[in-house]
Design a protein around this ligand. Structure first.
Ligand code: GLN
Length: 269
């Protein structure tokens, strides 16, 4: 069986098939195009067919490949972590503006694969970045990413702010779970395979976001920023919660698809 033959027989998109075969053969994607007539050995044929079957069955491409590209980084991912999303790069963008403006002590709550924390550290080596997660398995993945990329982040295990008792930060970031438990969106795309506790927050979807806003004043420095990723219809309740909590300079930014996605505020008390 040739490279082209294998890609053709797969019942998944050509793009996915090419990515999977490149991973199995340990080559760059471009190699596939130039070597269509090359014979694939039986072991690799078998490995590819198993992966293609899993993909056809709904397994996310990123978990099969074992990585997802995010910001400027290639991050390893597995079923213990949420697959980093493009929209979360807007959180990194805003965070980097705050760091450029002087924030040095940075906290990423619920880091998962480490995507947000590591992207900030990659862009700003001078920042002290700390990242938390409730899941030891997620933290192991994040730590492995930090080691691979040679980026030093202080990883802490614990439930939101419980992981950093008594400390204060100039910039607090989070992409927490924000989907409502009954949201049918949870049955679509990659979501059924992702860790439920990285996606689902509670009955309304706002529970984790509200918890973070409620406790942030005890962990944020005067002049510090709190930036939160959220669902497309959650900007208003979050702006209200930030306002009620004493934050000022509250604003919301849209993502690449035009949805309201990141809301932040500054703490000046
Ligand atoms: N943005 C993701 C989605 O809707 C959810 C990520 C999250 O809950 N933090 O697929």
């Amino acid at each position: 069986m040739t490279v082209t033959g294998l890609i053709r027989e797969a019942t998944i998109s050509r793009q996915d098939a090419e990515a999977l075969l490149a991973t199995v053969l340990e080559v760059e994607r471009a190699w596939i195009y130039a070597h269509g007539d090359e014979q694939v050995n039986p072991g690799n044929i078998d490995r590819f067919r198993k992966m293609a079957a899993a993909r056809a069955d709904g397994e996310p491409l990123a978990y099969l490949l074992g990585y997802r590209d995010f910001w400027t980084l290639r991050l390893r991912v597995n079923r213990d972590v949420l697959i980093p999303r493009r929209e979360t790069e807007h959180l990194v963008e805003w965070a980097n503006e705050c760091i450029t403006a002087g924030a040095r002590r940075v906290l990423d709550l619920g880091t998962g694969s480490g995507a947000v924390a590591l992207s900030c550290k990659a862009e700003h080596p001078e920042a002290d970045v700390c990242a938390t997660d409730l899941s030891p398995k997620a933290l192991a993945c994040a730590r492995a990413n930090g080691d691979d990329l040679n980026l030093s982040v202080d990883w802490r295990e614990g439930d939101w702010f419980d992981a950093v008792p008594g400390e204060r930060w100039q910039l607090i970031l989070s992409n927490p779970p924000y989907i409502a438990a009954a949201d049918p969106h949870l049955n679509e795309g990659d979501l059924p395979a992702e860790p439920a506790r990285a996606l689902i927050s509670g009955e309304t979807g706002l529970e984790s976001l509200r918890h973070i806003i409620g406790r942030a004043p005890d962990f944020i420095e005067h002049g510090g920023w709190l930036l939160l990723e959220h669902g497309f219809d959650q900007a208003s309740p979050l702006q209200e919660a930030l306002f009620a909590g004493g934050f000022i300079t509250i604003s919301t930014r849209r993502d690449w698809s035009g949805q309201e996605r990141i809301t932040g505020g500054q703490w000046l008390s």
